[in-house]
Design a protein around this ligand. Structure first.
Ligand code: GLU
Length: 309
């Protein structure tokens, strides 16, 4: 497969799904409802550092839950995969990403670092003696993945901060069960800021490419995650990366991925590339309809499903 094959697959998927009107922008974070629904970008970054893109691949949007997949590297490197599994977990919840029922049904455990509960518990494990120090660590790691510093989308941050009482409730519930590792209100604020960072579709592909490339950003050459933690991180993405439709996604692609309610999805193809897509309208699970369909087509066209012989 060469770069013109990848370019052709990206262009074909973009052309096919640009006119798809299914889904709706996330509205529980009011600011996300205002993003133009027609935006649609796709980008791939290979382990050789080649970038291929089509459509609105340089338009910034809120990273939202996709940040969970990269903050996870910071905490895995800090405490190791066995400790992360014990303190947060490595099992799908079978429930929506912000489910309280899932926590209560499992003795207060968050179950995995990709649902809101587990992601906030993971942020609560980031080293740092105060909010500023923790935030600096998160920003530094995410910048290493992207290859440049990421900026907060102030409107999304304000909008989400004004409407995140459900997440605060989850954090306090975990705290009461002994599965939160720092002050809940401070951590929810840092988590909300992290979700409000702007990325482009190209940024997401660069970020995912480290996981395809043994833990080294193929554009900058910087190590972003210890190699020994990648398999466990990708296992978490494989189990829970696309909310409670991860099983359907895996059935069709065989690959680890992570979506966010901002409309982005990034998929990691180990030892080959990462591919990202972005379009705001979401299905009922919270996954971008255009992005998911386009990625499924591209994976099929390029023969990237590792479970197929
Ligand atoms: N910040 C969002 C929340 O906590 C992230 C949700 C997502 O993208 O799944 O609700």
């Amino acid at each position: 497969m060469n770069s013109s094959d990848i370019q052709a697959a990206l262009a074909a998927a973009h052309a096919k799904y640009a006119s798809c009107t299914a889904g709706a922008n996330a509205s529980y974070i009011p600011e996300l409802a205002k993003v133009p629904s027609t935006l649609f970008g796709i980008a791939a970054v290979t382990t050789a550092g080649e970038t291929i893109s089509v459509g609105d691949a340089e338009t910034p949007f809120a990273i939202e839950s996709i940040s969970k997949a990269f903050n996870l590297a910071l905490v895995m490197d800090q405490i190791g995969a066995p400790a992360l599994r014990e303190k947060v977990g490595a099992d799908p919840t079978g429930e929506p990403f912000n489910s309280v029922l899932a926590i209560v049904a499992h003795g207060g455990r968050p179950l995995n670092p990709l649902v809101n509960a587990g992601a906030m518990a993971t942020v609560s494990l980031v080293a740092g003696e105060n909010s500023n120090a923790i935030w600096a660590n998160i920003m530094q790691r995410l910048a290493a993945f992207a290859g440049h510093p990421l900026k907060i989308n102030d409107d999304v941050y304000a909008s989400e901060s004004a409407t995140n009482s459900h997440n605060k409730g989850i954090a306090w519930l975990l705290d009461s069960a002994g599965y939160f590792y720092n002050q809940p209100d401070m951590i929810v604020d840092l988590y909300t800021r992290m979700c409000s960072l702007n990325v482009t579709t190209k940024d997401l592909a660069v970020m995912g490419a480290s996981y395809a490339n043994g833990g080294v950003n193929p554009i900058t050459g910087e190590r972003t995650v210890q190699r020994e933690n990648i398999a466990e991180i990708l296992a978490e993405l494989t189990m829970s990366g696309l909310y409670d439709s991860t099983g359907d996604w895996l059935y069709r692609t065989g690959l680890p991925a992570k979506s966010g309610v901002g409309g982005g999805i990034v998929v990691v193809v180990p030892n080959k590339m990462a591919i990202a897509a972005f379009s705001p309208p979401l299905d009922k699970y919270g996954n971008s309809v255009r992005a998911e369909n386009a990625l499924i087509d591209i994976i099929e066209t390029l023969g990237l499903n590792p479970l197929k012989s």
